[in-house]
Unconditional design. Structure first.
Length: 110
């Protein structure tokens, strides 16, 4: 994949959704649990149905410019989008950071 053909935020959302609420996803999710039973980072590997719906809602309200530049959104922009979508800002920030890392890894020479 060349820099010109980088993954869109919508394509990344589909990638993140592939193990949502299935048995394999739950197994992956359990591997990310901390001592308190939380697994925020597991959200990128296997989001729950609720988390996935929140991410879809946030991506849906993003402007075309925000979608095109999603890998370089500021913390303030990410917070505003989450607030406007009425979703968990921490999960949306994790999603946006995961997307930025994904885009960066796709643009690095191999």
């Amino acid at each position: 994949m060349t820099i010109k053909n980088k993954m869109s935020i919508e394509q990344y959302l589909v990638k993140v959704a592939r193990f949502s609420d299935n048995e394999f996803g739950k197994l992956i999710r359990n591997q990310f649990k901390d001592t308190e039973g939380s697994s925020e980072l597991g959200m990128l590997a296997a989001p729950t149905h609720e988390e996935l719906e929140q991410l879809k809602k946030a991506v849906a309200i993003m402007t075309p410019t925000e979608k095109q530049n999603a890998d370089s959104l500021t913390d303030e922009q990410t917070q505003r989008i989450a607030d406007d979508a009425k979703i968990d800002p921490a999960n949306f920030a994790i999603f946006i950071n995961g997307y930025a890392l994904c885009r960066k890894s796709l643009s690095m020479p191999k």
